[in-house]
Design a protein around this ligand. Structure first.
Ligand code: PMV
Length: 327
C-alpha cells in the first residue's frame, strides 16, 4: 500500500474566472489571476489499496457520496488512466477553514488531491501538469498548485506563475459573513449566468482589460491600480450574475455593509480593496502594515462572524502532516 499526503493552499482571484469557454473540457472563458493564501489550507492523504472495490473519500470527517464523491473519482480516474492502473484509493482530506462556503475549498482540495493522487499512483508530474489535472475538476484549482500570484489564461489548460508572494507582500483579511455552505455551486451559477444574463458577453469581453490591469498592478507593485481593477473585476462578475434570470445573488446585507466599511476606511486614507466570490464573504486586500486596522474595522460590522488575516502561501507540496490532526 502506498500512502501519500499533500498540502495545498486555497487562492482568491484578484481578477475573476466566471464562465466556461468549454463546458465539456472545463476551460475558462475569462483570464484570472489569484493570490494563494497561507491561512487557507487543505491536507489530503491518498492511500492506494489493492483490496478496495471502489474509491472511498472522507472530507472533514464526512464520507462523500453522490456528486461530491463523483468529482473526486473523476480526478482519480484521469490519473489512473495516465498511470495505467485500475487500483482504487482511500482519501482523507481536511480543510482548516469552512468548506464550500465560497472560500474556494475546491481550489485547495483538488490541487492537494492532484498532487497526492499522482504520487500515490506512481506518477511524477510537474506543477504545470498537476495544474492541468486539477483544472479539469475546478478551474480555480489550477492556480492553487502555485504559491504567490498565479494566472490561468482564457481557454487555458494550465495555470502559470506570475510572481512569488514576496515580490509584492500583501495581506488578505478574509471576512466571514455567514455560517454554512453556499446555496448555488459555482458551475451551476456560471452556466446559468452564461445562458440567461445579457451582461455575460460584456463581462467576458471586458475581463482581459481588468486582468491586464491587475497583472500590471502586481508586477509594478502598484497597489492602487491592483485594488481598483480587482474591485471592478469582482463587481462586474457579480453584475453579470445579478442580470441573470432569475438572478444569482451571493451578496447579503452583511456583504454590502462590509464593502461600505472598506470604502469608508479607504476614504479616510487606509489602502484597502474588497473582492467577493460565489458566496457572501468579503476578502479585503491591504498592505501588511494596515491589516490589523482593516480586521478591527470589518469585525465591528454587525453580522460579521470572524476574520482570517493571512498572506501569500507556498506551492502545493508533499507533507508529513496528518489531515486528521487539523482542528
Ligand atoms: O473553480 P470554480 O468552479 O470553483 O469557480 C471559481 C469561481 C470564482 O471563485 C467565483 C472566481 C475565481 O476565479 O476563483
Amino acid at each position: 500500500m502506498t500512502r501519500i499526503r499533500a498540502v495545498a493552499c486555497s487562492n482568491i482571484a484578484l481578477a475573476k474566472y466566471w464562465g466556461k469557454a468549454s463546458v465539456a473540457e472545463n476551460l475558462p472563458a475569462t483570464p484570472s489571476l489569484s493570490l494563494t493564501l497561507a491561512g487557507l489550507r487543505t491536507i489530503t492523504e491518498v492511500e492506494i489499496d489493492p483490496d478496495l472495490g471502489r474509491d472511498h473519500v472522507q472530507l472533514d470527517g464526512v464520507e462523500l457520496t453522490e456528486r461530491p464523491l463523483e468529482r473526486v473519482v473523476q480526478l482519480l480516474d484521469r490519473l489512473r488512466a495516465r498511470a495505467g492502473t485500475s487500483r482504487f484509493a482511500r482519501v482523507v482530506s481536511r480543510n482548516d477553514f469552512p468548506t464550500a462556503a465560497g472560500l474556494a475549498s475546491s481550489a485547495s482540495g483538488f490541487a492537494a488531491l492532484a498532487l497526492a493522487g499522482a504520487r500515490a499512483l506512481g506518477l511524477d508530474l510537474s506543477l504545470e501538469a498537476l495544474s492541468d489535472v486539477a483544472r479539469a475538476s475546478s478551474a480555480s484549482a489550477a492556480r492553487s498548485l502555485f504559491g504567490g500570484f498565479a494566472a490561468l489564461p482564457a481557454g487555458g489548460r494550465t495555470a502559470e506563475r506570475v510572481a512569488p508572494g514576496d515580490h509584492f507582500p500583501l495581506s488578505m483579511v478574509v471576512t466571514l459573513t455567514a455560517k454554512g455552505p453556499k446555496a448555488i455551486g459555482s458551475t451551476q451559477g456560471m452556466q446559468h449566468t452564461a445562458t440567461t444574463s445579457p451582461y455575460y458577453a460584456p463581462w467576458v469581453s471586458h475581463s482581459p482589460a481588468l486582468f491586464d490591469a491587475v497583472k500590471r498592478g502586481v508586477l509594478e507593485r502598484d497597489f492602487e491600480r491592483l485594488g481598483t481593477a480587482m474591485e471592478q473585476s469582482a463587481l462586474m462578475m457579480h453584475a453579470s450574475m445579478l442580470a441573470a434570470s432569475p438572478a444569482v445573488i451571493y451578496l447579503t446585507p452583511t456583504t454590502l455593509a462590509v464593502m461600505a466599511a472598506v470604502r469608508e476606511l479607504r476614504a479616510r486614507g487606509t489602502p484597502a480593496f474588497y473582492t467577493m466570490d460565489a458566496g457572501p464573504h468579503v476578502k479585503v486586500l491591504t498592505l501588511p502594515e494596515h491589516a490589523a486596522r482593516v480586521a478591527a474595522c470589518v469585525e465591528g460590522v454587525p453580522g460579521v462572524e470572524r476574520t482570517i488575516v493571512t498572506g501569500a502561501g507556498p506551492d502545493a507540496a508533499l507533507t508529513d502532516e496528518d489531515p486528521r490532526s487539523l482542528p
